[in-house]
Ligand binder design. Sequence first.
Ligand SMILES: Cc1cc2nc3c(=O)[nH]c(=O)nc-3n(C[C@H](O)[C@H](O)[C@H](O)COP(=O)(O)OP(=O)(O)OC[C@H]3O[C@@H](n4cnc5c(N)ncnc54)[C@H](O)[C@@H]3O)c2cc1C
Length: 315
Amino acid sequence: MIPASFEYQAPKTLDEALRLLGRHGDEAKILAGGHSLLPLMKLRLASPRYVIDIGRLRSLDYIREDGAHILIGALATHAQVAASSLLRQKCPLLPETAAQIGDMQVRNRGTIGGSLAHADPAADYPAAILALDAELVVQSGSGKRTIRAAEFFVDLLQTQVRPGEILTEVRVPIERPGEGTAYRKFHQPASGFATVGAAARVLASKDGKIQDIALGMTGVGSKAYRATGVEKALRGKKTDDETIAAACAKAAQGVEPLSDIFASSEYRRAMAGVFAHRAISAALARAGNHAGTKSLAPKPPTASPRASKSKGKRK
Ligand SMILES: Cc1cc2nc3c(=O)[nH]c(=O)nc-3n(C[C@H](O)[C@H](O)[C@H](O)COP(=O)(O)OP(=O)(O)OC[C@H]3O[C@@H](n4cnc5c(N)ncnc54)[C@H](O)[C@@H]3O)c2cc1C
């Protein structure tokens, strides 16, 4: 559990960090909260020659409003996102998600930029970022580019961020009137990671229909994804429980679910449907409250004994 030796560098400005990254290329690794990188280095699954600690770049530590978006600097910790009154008021899906990440220590050190750049297949933020249609800003010595969440995650631990680039900002849209969001997660009992996680954003109409829906899934396959089959099946449809249950059977459509000691591929596929259903029902209840039609919320699905046991333990 001792990492290979490396050179530690702690730039004081973003420009300096980008210069160092440009110079060292793929021999360098960025260190933010360290909650994913350091375990990898200790296990020798990563052995960077240079570790560039961006933790002192206060210019990447902010949460602020800008027109129709909330801008979040890459160094905002999970705890800051969970506690942000601006986000709770205007984009509540992110604080709801952040509050369910790991434990207090992880939330106090881990950063939104680090979590998204690391792209752990069981991480929580990716589902929310996908459901929100967020944009991710990355910067290198040669300028900035903006990547849509739907294109950001490439595969297991792989994103569109290239060597020499830093993910600097996450841009999320402010919730619209009539919209409701929710994140529901089946916790891995030891680590807290999502065995399955579903983030739903629903725009409801007053006549009890789903006008628009976005559903981000994590934990199921090798990368987080939008469950487009479920979205297509529900757009323009009534919000009754049967319709939602039938649509949620497509939550893992086109995905090869992962299998591990905790959950088999078949179990993950089944739980994807259950947690998608729960997230959509909760989002609809909130959308209904906003639209003044509480009847939009269907009855939540019956829990599997295993899932409810785990849920009961955590909260
Ligand atoms: C015990 C434990 C439990 C956990 N439970 C959960 C959980 O329930 N849910 C969950 O989602 N996560 C969980 N995590 C992971 C945690 O959220 C991490 O903090 C997060 O994945 C990585 O963020 P970090 O800031 O620590 O990044 P680091 O570990 O510093 O970096 C991670 C990777 O991203 C790169 N990187 C970091 N910042 C940037 C950037 N701005 N631009 C480009 N690349 C960058 C690094 O080079 C590295 O490759 C857990 C971790 C631990 C140790």
